[in-house]
Design a protein around this ligand. Structure first.
Ligand SMILES: C/C=C(\C)C(=O)SCCNC(=O)CCNC(=O)[C@H](O)C(C)(C)COP(=O)(O)OP(=O)(O)OC[C@H]1O[C@@H](n2cnc3c(N)ncnc32)[C@H](O)[C@@H]1OP(=O)(O)O
Length: 663
């Protein structure tokens, strides 16, 4: 197995012989060199194999050039040899996506010469003996002409446009296309020179550092810990064979699909007959489409549907996914506790309600955790596993393992309103609304955030998820309506600035895409094409006039700083409170759950890149201008980190530990 260069070495001195001259020496050898590929050959590992004269792979081997995912390109000749070997279109696919391919696919591409089920080295030795006296000139890939389709210029133009669209500001995929274009249009030596120039730019870029940080962050979240000291390596999960999902709305359906696709037996419960029928149809459709895509049989027989909660009596783990209503959830947990066997884990898919209150409804509160999925639950990679004060390490370990088995990136977090993701979203949304009050438009705020790299700006995202969701929560919290009895002002709640803009839109029935009107207008309800809405602009003008707000020019920098730094500040509070164990947890949550651009590493890594002192200074500036907005007040941990000389992110945990021990 060769998974390429040691990523940890990228920041400093690389060990081992320089790769490019070594590959050239192999290729120039007068004796045949046969690569025997077992396990995995990625990055430099595959580039080395491309320097060989022949490649034999085990049938279970996988190969790929994943450098793009680390903010790089295949810089040891991979971008020049691969298109010469397998043609430009296939090479563009592999190099710009970084995807791994199976041995069978590699054989189809002509990337390997033979695959075997036997000992690969023995087969390769025999192969070498057989070809020992054959000429090698036709085996040196660097001498091949690059196989180009006739319309290669059009192809590159199309690929470049697609890559720019999907890269969301990431530079490596674009450099990858440029490098392959060099292979297609220049002699090998000049192509290598172009590869070297592009690689030099990428190697020192902030994006490569962010992506390499993220590679390790993604792996670090699996090594979870709880403030009690319980940890991933000392807490054993219990096997789950049969699970249940209660409530088959959008989330429950997605969770059922995710479980069934991973091979779990699922009892899917919905108490309303009509909704049960609709859910059954929708779930079957999702399973069939997913199975078709993956070329497997749909896991329809894994699911037993029912209307009665009694049918979950023998399951090992239940995921409750009923409406986000505490009273209803409490009732369901009481019923589950009465019906299920005592060892059953009871999990809630709440997106922010108190796990402890649910645990208190049950006989075994230590078996209760949150499993917060993200919509669509069978697609989105993130799972927040939420432990309350009573949750046992066993329950956390079991939920984390289940998450892994169904293909999720699971992050263990503490119990607080909104957990990590939604708690940080609150100040971000709040700032976006304040910016509208002060003169911005939804289009401008979204444009800035999308240029930063979010898949969708905050307002387009709200229209997609439905404005009524947050409205219901604010009503339940007594925020949405000014209280005439207390004379609560429209734009103030408990002494803090409040924007009722979202509530006012909801009062007009503007719930977003589903009603065809929200922060934008749509051709018809359900349409996804957002268009600026003149009604909304007049509404904002009238609103400002009514509240004597003078619109001022808001620039790009102010939008980014206020939306992102207020969110980052909340991230520091979360670390201070011990809700997330480290900055990696927050960053992984934001990249996988909230479309934070991975090439910026996640909000906490981004803060480190910008400079903690700068984040602090700008928060101080904005807090001074808006003293009624507490989320802009720099938190203690941020100040402490700056006072400690802004250590690198890998050292933050030491400062966090000190701050927490002083609380
Ligand atoms: C110039 C650049 C050149 C020449 C390059 O080669 S760039 C590097 C290209 N290679 C990669 O991008 C491969 C990265 N690795 C992976 O994709 C995966 O680790 C894997 C597919 C090889 C294996 O996956 P899996 O079985 O799930 O295991 P983990 O991902 O959990 O990895 C196990 C531990 O190994 C560490 N690791 C893996 N690859 C590298 C690497 N290239 N450099 C440094 N460390 C690596 C990984 O972090 C895990 O460590 P722990 O978390 O267990 O401490």
């Amino acid at each position: 197995m060769h998974s390429g260069a040691d990523i940890k070495e990228f920041g400093g001195q690389m060990s081992g012989p320089p790769l490019i001259p070594m590959i050239h020496a192999i290729e120039a050898a007068s004796k045949p060199v046969v690569a025997a590929i077992e396990g995995i050959a990625l990055g430099g590992g595959l580039e080395l194999a491309l320097g060989c004269h022949y490649r034999i792979a085990h049938s279970k081997a996988r190969v790929g050039l994943p450098e793009v995912t680390l903010g790089l390109l295949p810089g040891a000749g991979g971008s020049q040899r691969l298109p010469r070997l397998i043609g430009v279109p296939a090479a563009l696919d592999l190099i710009t996506t970084g995807r791994h391919v199976t041995a069978a696919e590699a054989l189809k591409f002509g990337l390997v010469d033979q695959i075997t089920d036997h000992n690969t080295v023995n087969v390769a030795v025999k192969f070498a003996q057989r070809v020992a006296d054959q000429p090698l000139d036709a085996r040196r890939i660097s001498t091949y002409p690059c196989l180009c389709p006739s319309d290669v210029a059009v192809l590159f133009e199309e690929v470049m446009q697609r890559v720019r669209r999907t890269a969301r500001g990431a530079i490596a995929p674009i450099a990858c296309v440029q490098a392959v274009r060099a292979a297609a249009t220049l002699p090998y030596n000049q192509g290598m020179e172009r590869e070297r120039e592009l690689m030099a730019t990428l190697f020192t870029s902030g994006q490569a550092r962010a992506l390499q940080y993220f590679f390790f962050a993604q792996r670090a979240v699996g090594r979870w810990s709880m403030p009690s000291g319980a940890r991933w390596d000392t807490s054993k999960p219990r096997p789950v064979h049969k699970a249940a999902v209660i409530g088959l709305g959008t989330m429950g359906r997605g969770i059922t699909v995710a479980l069934a696709q991973a091979g779990f037996s699922v009892v899917a419960v919905e108490t309303q007959e009509k909704q049960l029928m609709e859910a059954k149809q929708a779930i079957s459709g999702m399973l069939e489409r997913g199975a078709k895509r993956r070329g497997v049989a749909p896991a329809l027989d894994k699911i037993n549907y029912g209307r009665n909660i009694q049918s979950v009596a023998d399951v090992d783990l239940v995921i409750e996914a009923v409406f986000e209503d505490m009273a209803l959830k409490k009732k369901v947990f009481q019923q589950l506790s009465a019906v299920c066997k005592p060892s059953t884990f009871l999990c809630s898919n709440t997106s922010g309600l108190d796990i402890d209150q649910l645990a208190c409804q049950t006989r075994n509160p230590e078996l209760v955790v949150g499993m917060h999925f993200f919509a669509p639950a069978h697609v989105m990679k993130l799972l927040e596993v939420v432990y309350g004060p009573k949750s046992s390490p066993l329950a956390v370990a079991t939920a984390m393992q289940l998450g892994k088995k169904i293909g999720k990136v699971s992050v263990a977090v503490g119990n607080c309103r909104g957990f990590v993701g939604n708690r940080m979203l609150k100040p971000y949304l709040e700032q976006a609304l304040f910016l509208l009050e002060e003169g911005a438009t939804p289009e401008f705020v979204d444009q800035v955030l999308e240029e930063f790299g979010f898949a969708m700006g905050v307002f387009r995202m709200s229209d997609l998820s439905g404005l009524d969701v947050g409205w219901k929560v604010r009503m339940a919290d007594g925020l949405a309506m000014p209280d005439p009895t207390t004379g609560q002002p429209t734009r103030l709640r408990q002494g803090r600035r409040y924007s009722p803009l979202g509530d006012l839109l909801c009062e007009q029935g503007r719930f977003g895409q589903k009603t065809g009107r929200g922060w934008y207008q749509y051709d018809k309800p359900g349409s996804q094409v957002a268009k600026p809405d003149p009604w909304l602009h007049s509404f904002l003008d009238e609103y400002r006039a009514r509240h004597a707000l003078v619109a001022h020019r808001i620039d790009h920098q102010e939008v980014l700083e206020r939306c992102l730094y207020s969110m980052i500040n909340e991230g520091f509070r979360i670390l201070e409170d011990g809700i997330a164990a480290g900055p990696e947890d927050i960053d992984v949550i934001y990249v996988f759950g909230y479309s934070w651009p991975r090439h910026h590493g996640g909000p906490m890594f981004y803060a480190a890149t910008v400079g903690l002192n700068k984040v602090l200074e700008r928060l101080e500036h904005y807090y001074q201008a808006h003293p009624d907005v507490p989320s802009l007040q720099p938190c203690h941990l941020l100040r402490k980190l700056v006072a400690s000389g802004s250590p690198p992110i890998q050292k933050w945990r030491e400062v966090i530990k000190k701050v927490r021990s002083q609380l």
